[in-house]
Design a protein around this ligand. Sequence first.
Ligand SMILES: [Zn+2]
Length: 472
Amino acid sequence: MSDSPRQTIVKGGLVVTARGLERADVLIVDGVVAEIGSFESGHDDADVLPAEGCYVLPGGVDFHTHMDSVFRGSIRTADDFATGTAAAVAGGTTTIIDFCRAAPGETLAEALDQWRRRVVEQRPWADYGAHMVLVQPDDDTLSQLSSLPDLGVTSIKMYLAYPGRMMSDDRALLRAMQSAAASDLLVLVHAENGHAIQVLVEDALSAGHTEPAWHAKSRPTVTEAEAVSRSAVLAQLAGARLYVVHVSSAAALSEIERARATGTDITAETCSHYLVFDDSMVDGVPKEVASRFVCSPPTRDLDDQNALWEALGHGTLDVLSSDHCPFALQGEKIVEGDFTHIMNGLPGVEQRLAIAYQGVVNGQYSMERMVEFVSTTPARLAGIHPKKGELAVGSDADLVILDPHATTVLSAATHHSAADYLPYEGMEVAGRVTRVLLRGTTVYVDGSVLPENRQGTYLHRSASHQPTGETR
Ligand SMILES: [Zn+2]
C-alpha cells in the first residue's frame, strides 16, 4: 500500500452540476470531488468507474425519515439506522436528516448525545443529521434551543396533530417560533388541525365507521389547509422560518402560496407516496389492503396528486422527502380494532428517487429541477450545502449513477428495508440506480450494499439557507 491519494474517475456520464447537464468525467481524490472535466491520461493509478449512457447525480438528501423511532409509547418503526440507511443508499440517497426527541427529564443536549450514541452503534450506511422534536415545550426547554446550533442541529419539529401525544398548542408553537427565530433555527411543522380531526374521528366512530378509509375521511384537506395557514401566520408574527412537512393537498398548496405572497418565510415538501397513491387505495377495498396505505396526512384524490406534481415542477414545493416510517404489516398496520389503531406511516426512503425520476420521464420537470428538490435544496435547508447536494469541486463525492435505459421493479422481495411489505409492490419504473458512492467509496452496486464500506457519519449542520428563489 502506498500513501498516494486514493483516486477514482467516474467516466463518461451525463453529469448534473449547478451549470446544468454536461457529459464529463468526475475525478474523486480522497472522497472529495477534485475536478469535473475530461481525463484521458495522467491518472493511471485511478480506479475507473464507467458511466457511459448514464446520469451522474449528487447523492440524494432525504430531509424527513423516522429510523428506529418509537410511537404511541412502545411501537418501534420497522427500520433502524442500519436497515433504514441500507435502503437509503440502495435508492440513491446518501444523506438523511432524522429526528431526535428528548425523554421526560432529559435536556435537549443529553437527548442528542444519547441519539448519536445509538446511531453510531447501529452503524449507518448513509451520513446523517437530526431535527429536534418538541412536544408542548415549556420555558426551560425553550431556553435550551440556543444550545442546538453548537451541537450541529439547526431545525426543530413541532406537531399540530395528535392531541395528547405529540401536539403543541398555539402558545407553545408561537413561543418556540420566537426562540427558533432568535437562534436562526428552521421550524418544521406537521400541519393538521388535531382537535378538529379528534371531533371528526369521534363522530365517525359513534356512527359505526371503523374501516381504514375513515382514517382519511376524518382528516379532510381543510384540516391540513387551516393548519398550514395558522402556522404561517404565527411564523410571520415570530419572524421565524417555516418549513411545512408532508404537504398532501391542493388546498394546502394554496395556503403556502398565499403566505409566501405576503412575505412569510415558508418552504415546503411533499412525500413520494402522495405522488403515487390516491384515496382509491383505501376506499372500497378490503381492510387488509387499505391498511397498508394509511398515513397522515392521508393520500388524497387525483386532482390533489396532479397539483403536487405540478408544484414540484414550478417550485411551490421546494423538496421531495420520503417520510420513511414503516411498521409491521400484521398487528401494526392490519389491526383488530378500528382505524385509530392503525400505525400511520409508510416506507419510501429507497423508492423516493425512483418516483421523482418518473416526473422527468413524463415531462413534468427537468433532470436539473429533480436534482434540486431531491438533493440540492434539502442540503441547503439542512445547512450541509455545498458539501452535500451538489457535484462541484470540493463537495463530498456522494454520487449516484442512474441508468435511464434500464427499469426497476419495486418490491419487498428485493428492497433493503426491514419492512415486511411495500405499498409500491410490483410497480415497474423507468431507470435504475446501478451504483452509489458515499464520499468516494462504493456503498451500493448492482443490487447489493457493500458491508465492508459502511461508514455513515454525523453531520454537524450549519444554519440553513433557503433556496435561491430562481425556480419560483
Ligand atoms: Zn414524519
